[in-house]
Design a protein around this ligand. Structure first.
Ligand SMILES: [Zn+2]
Length: 264
């Protein structure tokens, strides 16, 4: 419910006048008040919290806007004393729902610099917003449902000092899962998450020739065909050519192990 809309005069500081700020004074409709910020259950009022607070909203044209409202605390039997939920923002957020959603969408389409400049927020805030928005999506969407063909690989960061194991869905082309480490224990975590029944339904797994991937796939995906990803097919073929032609210096990108080459 909107109680009042006012234009707040700008502060005239050393940097000169800023734009007028549109302040929308609001309060949740009757049925949406005194609800736990985490589970939305209707609870007893605890206290006034820290009084009135503001949530940054999407700009109105060229003017900045905020929603201002009371932020009382409620006592939830399950979650204890929490700030009451408001229908225009996620729990713990300093921005409204449409603001969060716009930032989360931009994060999937724009560069870091474009988002931070356009929305006038820090990169850390973008991360927090994406985490909140994703938590909500994750409750509704099961990314691991109906998986049939997956790809497993590792990527390095910190100049090859650290590694991530990643799993992609070949049907959607989406990244499904990533975890620090590159060993059997790390990959087993993915299949633990997927569960035995769904792992059995995997029909194809692409990967490089890493033994630790092959071992885990063999034990967890008994019905899957293991295939080599195209990058490594090309790489290994090039190496085979080097070996056959007797080149002393293999081209860049080729490993020089004759054990692997003779296996082609
Ligand atoms: Zn609760």
């Amino acid at each position: 419910m909107i109680e009042l809309v006012e234009a707040e005069e700008p502060d005239t500081g050393e940097d000169g006048p800023e734009d007028v700020l549109i302040v929308v004074h609001a309060r949740p409709a009757k049925g949406r008040r005194q609800r736990c910020g985490i589970c939305q259950r209707r609870c007893a009022r605890y206290d006034n919290g820290e009084g009135r607070r503001r949530w940054r909203a999407l700009d109105l044209g060229t003017l900045q806007a905020v929603i201002e409202a009371d932020a009382p605390r409620v006592s939830c039997p399950e979650h204890g004393v929490t700030v009451a939920a408001v229908p225009w923002a996620r729990h713990g957020a300093g921005h409204t729902l449409p603001f969060d959603d716009q930032v989360a969408w931009l994060a999937t389409h724009c560069s870091k610099t474009a988002i931070t400049q356009l929305m006038r927020i820090g990169w850390r805030t973008v991360g927090n917003i994406c985490t909140r928005a994703w938590a909500e999506v994750e409750e509704r969407v099961d990314l691991l449902a109906g998986l049939r063909r997956i790809g497993i690989d590792e990527i390095s960061y910190k100049r090859h000092h650290k590694y991530l194991t990643i799993v992609v869905d070949h049907a959607s082309g989406r990244l499904l899962w990533a975890e620090a480490g590159r060993d059997k224990a790390t990959l087993r975590k993915f299949f633990d998450l997927l569960g035995e029944e769904r792992s059995k339904k995997i029909t194809h797994v692409s990967a490089d020739a890493a033994g630790w991937i092959a071992t885990v796939v063999a034990e967890r995906c008994p019905n899957a065909v293991r295939v080599m990803d195209p990058f490594h097919v090309v790489q290994v073929r090039r190496e085979a050519l080097c070996y056959r032609e007797g080149w002393k210096d293999p081209p860049p990108g080729c490993r020089s192990s004759s054990v692997k080459l003779t296996a082609v």
